[in-house]
Design a protein around this ligand. Sequence first.
Ligand code: CTP
Length: 423
Amino acid sequence: MPAQDHEQTILLGVTGCIAAYKACELVRLYKKAGKRVKVVMTPMGTEFVTPATFRTLSEEPVALKAVDDPNAAIQHIVLAQEADVFVIAPATANTINKLAHGVGDNLLTTTALATGAPLLIAPAMNVHMWRDETTQASLVALRERGAIIIEPESGYLACGDTGEGRLASVEEIFAATIVELDRARSLEGKRILVTAGPTREFLDPVRFISSPSSGITGYAIAEEAARRGAEVVLISGPVELPDPFGCTVIRVQTAQQMLAAAERHFKDLDAAIFTAAVSDFRPEATAQHKVKKKAASPEVRLVQNPDILATLAARVGADFDTAATPVAGSNPASSTAPAPGADFGTHTPFIVGFAAETQDVIEQARQKLIDKHADLIVANDVSSPTLGFASTHNRWHFVTAERVETSAVLSKKALASLLLDKL
Ligand code: CTP
């Protein structure tokens, strides 16, 4: 989390490359724009520009190596938390390859591992190092994780070769940084509700119906929204994930509990994002005690669970749209129907639903958009064994009444960011 509310902190990483001198100009531009700049250098970086230069320009101490003092703050963690954005310019092939593989062997790389701030990487290197397969694979991996690569320019290089590898212009790196800083505040003052994970519908105290949903998507969205300044309420079914930073987390088990929790917080929202894999059915009755094996084979009758998204979206429709129609194909719990004139606060929340499909993905999503009165359905094809439920990566189709946009295959964290850009 940023150290201060008003002044944004840019963490600038400088690695060992002849273009390091251009980072001095970058610091000057950031300072002129009123930003706080902290510089972290790799040992090789200091061979090209002295820390004293950056200390003078930034008016801040320069971070060089972990301080060997048990009473001192843990430097990479402090830097990681202070940063609103982490810009590495110039970034050598060596540092890029380390970042892609999670190597933390100096203060700059350990800070990159520890920070949740957006990462901007401006590579600078020889053309052959740039074209090297390992370097390119590392760039793909970093992009998939949400890093922004500021492409190098092509031209005459310091080593005498000509080709790609020259650090992007300082103005371009500056502009990209400002875009990221603005994005970091893009949800300030907004209230967002997210549902996540599976639900458990108990047959008896030890057995339940559920789904393999990991909750990763909903948690990534909640955390990214909080990082952008939103007030986030995350209502989560049982998952193996820690509470995301900066969110109010309400843990529930069943669909009915999830609906009740969502109803309690469904007020003054700017957006409601329903990622939970809610069990559509629950046993009509839950045995009070464990059903014993020796008992006659039990017969389980299932009844429909309320559709949380459809129930709440229909209420928004009823409250704000006098011509609202009943929700087709959904099963809003009648016991939770809104009181006439129910109070949803002063906003009409933007409603986002998810659809994990195995066939006719876009068509199914379009139908859900209509049936559930959502503003956007994020559809994904879970028929592929490498994408979907348990995987870390996915490809999303953003389906609205007007258009369909399809993302690249990205990490769920990067997809969460993309979704919030669309809000
Ligand atoms: N959803 C919900 N409550 C339910 C079922 C679904 O809030 N009881 C939400 C999900 O969180 C998701 C969207 O509705 O955002 C679509 O869920 P999905 O399971 O794909 O759709 P269903 O309506 O259950 O339709 P089906 O299982 O027949 O595809």
